[in-house]
Write a protein that binds this ligand. Structure first.
Ligand code: DGT
Length: 230
């Protein structure tokens, strides 16, 4: 039945075309992902999806982010499963706009945070297996494909200072060592490419700059994004 093969191919092609050009913005805690997203919010034809942090802070009245930092051993698994769900909701959200710009992704959930928590022993081996089964199922069965990763690259010192200054209640217990290790994981994943696989090409931006100069750095990503709007 060669014609069935042709129809399937055509459908796959149409499906491919109906997905917006999808960009995920990654980087350590405090690397400026929100500022980057806000810059693009003013642009036309871009669907900007911020990280669902407010959902993590209020899951039917429960502050999962707060619980996570209070008692990581007890709450990491619960928190990460919820992160994966809320990220999936952003990945699969339908939009008629040509570009979707997302803060973080199921990929950094798995490759950075779950990685870190498993290494720390906050997620036990059996629980990590459940997460991996779930994550693999997501990759195989849902459209979480991305076209470009913008990596906001920083030093751990810079982001630690920013995190202290912004004074988010839940992050009071986050140590410099935690930030440094998360930095190494991001570096190995997106810069040295020695950890896990990259789901798309990576554009690296210097995100150590202050608010005045950072916009110039952000504009470097515009040509990559705007050619998709043409
Ligand atoms: P920005 O705009 O670059 O300053 O971004 P942040 O720092 O607001 O956003 P992000 O995603 O780096 O971190 C928000 C908080 O949520 C932070 O305390 C780390 C935590 N977080 C984010 N994603 C995950 C995750 O998948 N697992 C864990 N354990 N924590 C996460």
């Amino acid at each position: 039945y060669p014609h069935i093969g042709r129809i399937i191919k055509k459908m796959a092609h149409l499906k491919e075309k109906s997905r917006p050009f999808t960009v995920i913005v990654e980087g350590n805690i405090g690397s400026g992902k929100t500022t980057f997203l806000n810059y693009f919010k003013k642009k036309k034809d871009i669907c900007v999806l911020a990280e669902p942090i407010e959902m993590w802070r209020d899951c039917n009245g429960n502050n999962l982010l707060g619980l996570l930092y209070e008692d990581p051993k007890r709450w990491s698994f619960t928190f990460q499963m919820y992160v994966l769900l809320t990220m999936m909701q952003n990945h699969t959200l339908q939009t008629s706009q040509s570009v979707k710009l997302m803060e973080r992704s199921v990929y950094s959930g798995r490759y950075c945070f779950i990685e870190k928590m498993t290494r720390e022993g906050f997620i036990s081996a059996p629980s990590a297996t459940v997460i991996d089964e779930y994550f693999d199922w997501i990759l195989k069965n849902s459209d979480v494909d991305v076209d470009l990763i913008v990596y906001l690259r920083t030093t751990p010192e810079t982001v630690y200072k920013r995190m202290i200054e912004r004074n988010r209640q839940e992050e009071k217990t986050v140590s410099f060592q935690y930030i440094r290790e998360l930095h190494e994981i991001h570096e190995n994943w997106l810069y040295h490419k020695t950890l896990h696989s990259c789901p798309a090409p990576v554009l690296v931006l210097d995100a150590n700059l202050d608010k005045q100069s950072i916009v110039r750095e952000y504009t470097k990503s515009e040509s990559h994004i705007y050619e998709k709007l043409a």
